[in-house]
Design a protein around this ligand. Structure first.
Ligand code: GMT
Length: 385
C-alpha cells in the first residue's frame, strides 16, 4: 500500500449511466493504486466487476413503511454514510451527481462533527443542466455545491454552465473523464464481426441509456440514410425510455433486420472492437463518456456539436461534430468516412492517440488523488491539526 493510501467513500447512482460508470471505474483505479474504497449506494454499480480487500460495497438500507409514499432515500443514504465513515474510519467522501448525494454527504458530515469528513462532489451533467436548474431543485443543488469541500466537473463546459445556471461562487476544478486504455482497446473478433455483418457490411454503433436527451431516433434516421447508400448494420447498446420508439421507427422504415438492439450489455468493448463508426447525436452531453470509450477502441465518433463534446471529439481529427438534430449532415459525413478508407484510418489512429495521451487513467487518476490530498491538508489546517 502506498504511503499516502486513503480510505475513500464513494457514492453514485448504480444504474446504467455515465456518472455511475465513472464512479465505479474511479473506485477500481484508486483501489489498484493502493487506496481502500467503500462504495455506498442503493445497489452495486453496474461497472463494478469485483469486490476485494480494497474494494467494498455497502448497500443503503431502505425501511419500507406504508406512510412513506416516497421513501426518504437521501436520509437513509446519509445514515449509511455516517455508519461507514465511523466503522471504516473514512478519510473522505466523494459523491457523484449532486442530487441528492451532495446533500446526504453534507448531512453525514454534520452528524459526524466534531470529527471532520471532507466531502468532494463531482458534477456530471444532468445534475446541473436538467435537474439542478429546475426551480424545485435549484436552491438545494446550489447549497450542496457551496457546502462541499471541493467540487469538480467533467468538462470546462459543465463548469461554466454550473456558474451560469446556478450562480454558485464555489471554486470548481475540471477533471475530465478518463478511460482505461489497457481495457478499452481494439480486440478484433472475426466470429462476432461475421455474425453481425456477414457480408462485410459497415458497422455503426450507438451506446446510451436511451433517454430523450440521447436522440436515439436520430441515430436510427442517420443509419437509415447511410443504409440507403451502402450495405451497413447498426448495433444499439443500452436501454431506456426511448427504446420502443426507436424499435418502432426501425420497423416503420423497414430496417429492423439491419438493426440489432442488445439491451444493457456490459462488455461494450467487444462491439466497439468491430465497429466502424460510433454515433452520438445527443441534444446535450457534458462530456460523452461512451464517445471516449469508442475512441480508445479506434472508433471515430460522429456527434453533436454541443456541451463538452468539442473538448473530447476534435472535428476533422477524431470524428466529426454537427449541429444537434442535423440528421442529413451526420449521415453525409458518416458516409464520407465509411467510403474513404484512408480518412477512416487517420481518424481511428488519432482517436486512439487522443484517448491515450489526454484521457487515460494514468493522466487523470493522479488529479483526483492530488485533489483529495489538498482537501485533506486544507481541512486538517482548519481543524488545527
Ligand atoms: O445521461 C447520461 O448520459 C447519464 C449521465 C449520468 O450522470 O449518469 O451522464 C452524464 O455524465 C457522464 C459521465 O460524466 C457524461 O459522460 C455525460 O455526458 C453526462 N450526460 C449528459 O450531460 C447528458
Amino acid at each position: 500500500m502506498s504511503k499516502n493510501s486513503m480510505k475513500i467513500g464513494i457514492t453514485c447512482y448504480p444504474t446504467y449511466g455515465g456518472s455511475g460508470v465513472v464512479a465505479a471505474e474511479l473506485g477500481m483505479q484508486l483501489a489498484q493504486r493502493g487506496h481502500v474504497v467503500h462504495f455506498i449506494s442503493s445497489d452495486l454499480p453496474s461497472r463494478l466487476v469485483e469486490l476485494n480487500e480494497r474494494l467494498w460495497f455497502h448497500a443503503v438500507d431502505m425501511m419500507a413503511y406504508p406512510l412513506f409514499e416516497y421513501p426518504p432515500y437521501a436520509l437513509a443514504l446519509a445514515t449509511k454514510m455516517v455508519e461507514v465513515a465511523e466503522s471504516e474510519n473514512l478519510d473522505l467522501l466523494h459523491v457523484h451527481y449532486a442530487i441528492p448525494h451532495a446533500i446526504s454527504a453534507y448531512l453525514a458530515k454534520q452528524m459526524l462533527a466534531p470529527k471532520t469528513l471532507p466531502v468532494i462532489t463531482t458534477l456530471h451533467g444532468t445534475d446541473i443542466t436538467l435537474v439542478g436548474n429546475d426551480r424545485s431543485y435549484l436552491p438545494i443543488t446550489r447549497f450542496g455545491i457551496e457546502k462541499s469541500d471541493a467540487v469538480t466537473t467533467v468538462s470546462t463546459y459543465l463548469k461554466e454552465a454550473t456558474y451560469q445556471e446556478l450562480n454558485v461562487k464555489k471554486e470548481i476544478t475540471v477533471i475530465p473523464n478518463f478511460v482505461d486504455v489497457n481495457h478499452f482497446h481494439r480486440q478484433y473478433s472475426r466470429p462476432r464481426h461475421q455474425k453481425l455483418a456477414p457480408n462485410g457490411e459497415k458497422l455503426l454503433l450507438h451506446i446510451s441509456n436511451f433517454r430523450p436527451i440521447k436522440r436515439v431516433c436520430d441515430v436510427i434516421k442517420i443509419f437509415h440514410a447511410v443504409r440507403k447508400a451502402l450495405p451497413a448494420k447498426l448495433v444499439m447498446i443500452g436501454d431506456g425510455p426511448e427504446r420502443s420508439k426507436a424499435e418502432y421507427l426501425c420497423r416503420t422504415l423497414g430496417i429492423e433486420h439491419d438493426v440489432c438492439f442488445l439491451g444493457k450489455y456490459g462488455l461494450i468493448e467487444e462491439y466497439l472492437s468491430i465497429a466502424d463508426l460510433a454515433l452520438m447525436p445527443s441534444a446535450l452531453e457534458s462530456f460523452g463518456l461512451a464517445a471516449l470509450e469508442a475512441m480508445a477502441c479506434e472508433v471515430p465518433v460522429i456527434a453533436s456539436q454541443v456541451g463538452g463534446l468539442p473538448e473530447l471529439v476534435l472535428s476533422g481529427e477524431t470524428g466529426y461534430l454537427m449541429p444537434v438534430g442535423d440528421v442529413s449532415a451526420m449521415a453525409e459525413i458518416s458516409l464520407r468516412v465509411l467510403r474513404d478508407e484512408a480518412l477512416a484510418a487517420r481518424l481511428s489512429a488519432e482517436s486512439r492517440r487522443r484517448a491515450v495521451e489526454v484521457f487515460s487513467t494514468s493522466k487523470i487518476i493522479p488529479l483526483y488523488e492530488q485533489l483529495y490530498q489538498d482537501v485533506l491538508e486544507e481541512t486538517s489546517k482548519q481543524d488545527g491539526v
